[in-house]
Design a protein around this ligand. Structure first.
Ligand code: NAD
Length: 406
């Protein structure tokens, strides 16, 4: 595992292959009967203890996450770690509140709905928020009485391996939680197709999502897919401009833009477009890039050299299609960052909704700016992509806010 800040060696992690996944699934299957029969309140109590353990190890987990992913330490400290604890706590509280229902049917029949666990849940996650993914994926599955096999992304396995240790320490029985660090095409594909797995919860790219669907066909697994996005961020002329500029910068530059719901397409209503753009560029060029472990750092490196190169390749795509690079579009000049996977905050003027930079997910600190006139055109542009994952809008008109959001 390499440090994205300087390419340094962080750790060696064993690579799980098919036989290791088989062993993990077998362990999860044998742990399932006892775990699913454990009182729901007891399962919840373990999750609550885990939340406490995450808080007790907050600093260690934040440093691990920042070293592995490149998240600025101030974000890992104030967002990733507390949210991980909060999510485990939330599902700890929910464990004994998973209720069924009774369906009123004709006399003489009793018709009821139960919500039993499904068995072994395979969980395959990307590299952008690995620690929080543990809680988002494992929290609900374990609360409901399932056992889990989680495959972290090959680039960022460290925090989920540490979480597995903490889960053993707080008393989760052996086999209930399994973490198999490995590659997608081997460990991931084997888990997705495994006949001993009843459900797969996947977060990642749309392309791999399609493969997960195909792999599920063998035993007709249940699936949960959270895939890519190309979020529009629409600023109406009546918006609070200061809030909109700050919020829009957070929407695309937080976590170096490596977020499925990033505000990747900034759509500005014409009367405020020039002023907004000027203020937004001033903010974008003032963001402090640096070592993720430095508390002053506002933006860290991308997670891998390959991903940095992919993000930078979109700068040429933008130019070839007539886009204008307003700032960034390159690695920073600071020699201290030369060995890291850094990309300057990049803002591209690209008005044509059909150009690639307005349609394809870049997944980096890369935002396009276009303009619109009126609500109708804003909606047309916002919806002019295949993705439908997330979006944002800025206005002081509450009726419009609800109308457009809908
Ligand atoms: P990815 O799809 O390449 O990888 C995600 C996971 O799938 C990794 O663990 C990988 O090893 C595994 N994988 C790869 N090939 C596989 C295969 N054939 N079978 C089974 N598993 C396989 O995605 P990524 O590049 O790691 O992450 C970025 C993507 O994730 C972006 O598209 C982003 O939008 C998406 N994402 C979505 C959400 C959401 O909630 N909707 C959240 C975060 C990220």
């Amino acid at each position: 595992v390499a440090n994205p800040h300087d390419g340094g060696h962080l750790a060696d992690v064993a690579e799980a292959r098919a036989t290791d996944v088989d062993r993990a699934v077998a362990a999860a299957r044998s742990a399932f009967p006892a775990w699913s029969a454990t009182a729901a309140a007891e399962r919840g109590r373990l999750l609550l203890r885990l939340a406490d353990a995450v808080e007790a190890h907050a600093e260690e987990l934040a440093v691990l996450e920042s070293s592995d992913t490149g998240h600025p330490i101030r974000d890992s400290t104030r967002l990733d770690v507390p949210r991980t604890a909060a999510t485990f706590r939330y599902f700890g509280g929910m464990a004994d509140k998973v209720e069924g229902s009774v369906v009123p049917v004709e006399a003489g029949f009793l018709n009821y709905v139960l919500r039993p666990p499904v068995g072994v849940v395979g969980q395959i996650v990307p590299w952008n928020f690995p620690l929080m993914f543990c809680s988002w994926k494992m929290g609900p599955a374990l609360a409901a009485g399932n056992t889990v096999v989680l495959k972290p992304a090959e680039l960022t396995p460290l925090s989920s391996l540490r979480m597995a240790e903490l889960m053993a320490e707080v008393g989760f029985p052996p086999g209930v939680v399994n973490v198999v660090p490995g590659y997608g095409h081997t460990a991931g594909a084997h888990l997705a197709a495994h006949p001993g797995v009843q459900k797969v919860s996947f977060t990642g790219s749309t392309e791999v999502g399609r493969r997960i669907v195909q792999a599920s066909a063998g035993n007709l697994k249940r699936l949960q897919l959270e895939l890519g996005g190309k979020g529009a961020n629409v600023v109406f002329a009546d918006a609070d401009l200061e809030a909109a500029v700050n919020g829009s910068a957070f929407a695309i530059f937080h976590n170096q833009g490596q977020a499925c719901i990033a505000g990747a397409r900034l759509l500005l209503e014409e009367p405020i477009a020039a002023e907004f753009q000027e203020r937004f560029l001033a903010l974008a060029t003032s963001i402090r890039l640096g070592d993720p472990l430095d508390p002053a750092t506002e933006m860290g490196p991308l997670t891998s050299p390959e991903h940095r190169d992919r993000v930078l390749s979109y700068v040429k795509v933008a130019r070839d299609e007539g886009g204008e690079v307003l700032c960034g579009g390159r690695a920073p000049e600071d020699p201290a960052l030369a060995r890291g996977c850094y990309v300057e905050p990049t803002v591209v003027r690209a008005d044509d909704p059909s150009c690639r930079v307005n349609r394809e997910e870049v997944f980096g600190p890369f935002v396009t700016i276009g303009t619109f006139s009126g609500e109708r055109q804003a909606l047309e542009l916002a919806n002019a992509v295949d993705y439908g994952l997330g979006g944002g809008l800025w206005t002081r008109d509450l009726a419009r806010a609800h109308r457009v959001a809908g």
